[in-house]
Ligand binder design. Sequence first.
Ligand SMILES: Cc1cc2nc3c(=O)[nH]c(=O)nc-3n(C[C@H](O)[C@H](O)[C@H](O)COP(=O)(O)OP(=O)(O)OC[C@H]3O[C@@H](n4cnc5c(N)ncnc54)[C@H](O)[C@@H]3O)c2cc1C
Length: 464
Amino acid sequence: MGRMSSSAGYRKLSFWLDTVPGTLTPGVRLDGDVDVDVAIAGAGYTGLWTAYYLSRAEPGLRIAVCEREIAGFGASGRNGGWCSALFPASLGKLARMAGRDAAIAMGRAMQETVDEVAAAAAAEGIDCHWAKGGTVMLARSPAQLDRATAEVAEAREFGFGSADLRLLTAAAAGEYAAATGVLGGTYTPHCAAIHPGRLVRGLAEAVRRRGVTVYERTPVTQILPGRLVTPTGTVRARHVIRATEGFTAQLPGERRTVVPVYSLMIATEPLPESAWAQIGLADRPTFGDLRHLIIYGQRTQDGRFAFGGRGAPYHLGSAIRPSFDRAPAVFTALRQTLAELFPALADAAVTHAWGGPIGVPRDWCASVGLDRSTGVGWAGGYVGDGVATTNLAGRTLADLVLGSDSGITRLPWVGHRSPRWEAEPLRWLGVNAGLQVMSWADRQEARTGRASRAAEFVGRYLGN
Ligand SMILES: Cc1cc2nc3c(=O)[nH]c(=O)nc-3n(C[C@H](O)[C@H](O)[C@H](O)COP(=O)(O)OP(=O)(O)OC[C@H]3O[C@@H](n4cnc5c(N)ncnc54)[C@H](O)[C@@H]3O)c2cc1C
């Protein structure tokens, strides 16, 4: 990755890293063996929030983070900036896993986590362009409207009222986001739009100020009980934490833990007020619609539309390459979808296009945990919902490492073990067939307005 490893190269990774203040020049590399109390692999939100809460709780603790590139290189520096209470496993699924009360506790903990991100960022002086405008999800076909109704009904079953999620009429949805063909939608206040690059780079600075060492350009080749092995030295520690998310499959023994699925984004030039007057999103709510193959957008603080979606192919053997971040066909499709939703954007210039891997566990349920006997901990498998969830993971790992109990260590995702993915080529066939069926089902639904049974089937196969 030599060609990329300069500040200018890293800026090309996303609109966010391109517009983050300060330099992206890598910091010190590990040089020789060191002894610390906690060693963390990966400087995305998971690794950095873990270091942050550990150092806050015990300022004397010696903490080292080893990052292969620079802090924020992964999904944390490239995402859609929805700091939301979404958790990848539904309430119904969590209830089946751990019971109704546990599912409700998880939902409430996620809602509190959104505000905790704001509080921690404010405490550390990180201006991440926070705007808690909620999320509006548009329904643009009868099938999507049915899904909106079902989602609200599920929330009600678990005691989440209209202050948490409500159904919108076509007119009310249109007031949030004046897209074409809107039949209705849902609205939740539990989401903020943020500049994700500012958050991750600000966090790296915050932990450094607190005495944490963040080694950059330091790849971990092995995570073992008591140590992280790198080509330039070993970090020995009582506790070691894996925070490598979409890149996890590259570590020995972890090939089938999570599958890297690519999510891709585009950002437009800053749009004039006249365009925003037609589009809406006045309080910067994050926005999507209820198609199967997820799309997501936000109005950035500087007046751009940042818009993304899944649909890029999965690569055999969970391969990850810089070229996979850019799939021209997906960028074109995103551009078209945006213009179809908001015709006012048809001529807007796209200034940035990028992508990155998210980590998908076999059962689509994120998890966090610490093996007491080995001292090895982990967190990840957030699918596309990691911006807030990583904060809860960091607080949980800090509690587990320190043996403190603030209640969150009893949430149902703690200690959960997702099954492993199938071996290749079954994994490749399964994941790509799933992606194909989802996009076929969306086209079908757009044409007929009726729900696709095939997509429901795949949803069940994926365990949702
Ligand atoms: C395009 C896109 C859009 C998204 N949109 C949203 C959204 O709007 N809302 C939301 O909630 N989530 C979203 N996500 C998901 C979210 O960004 C992630 O869940 C979250 O950032 C995960 O944080 P992390 O720290 O666990 O992983 P990452 O940020 O990926 O960090 C992992 C780090 O580990 C490093 N690393 C990996 N392997 C090694 C190794 N062997 N040695 C040393 N270092 C290593 C990597 O370089 C990387 O910096 C999106 C993701 C993408 C890609």
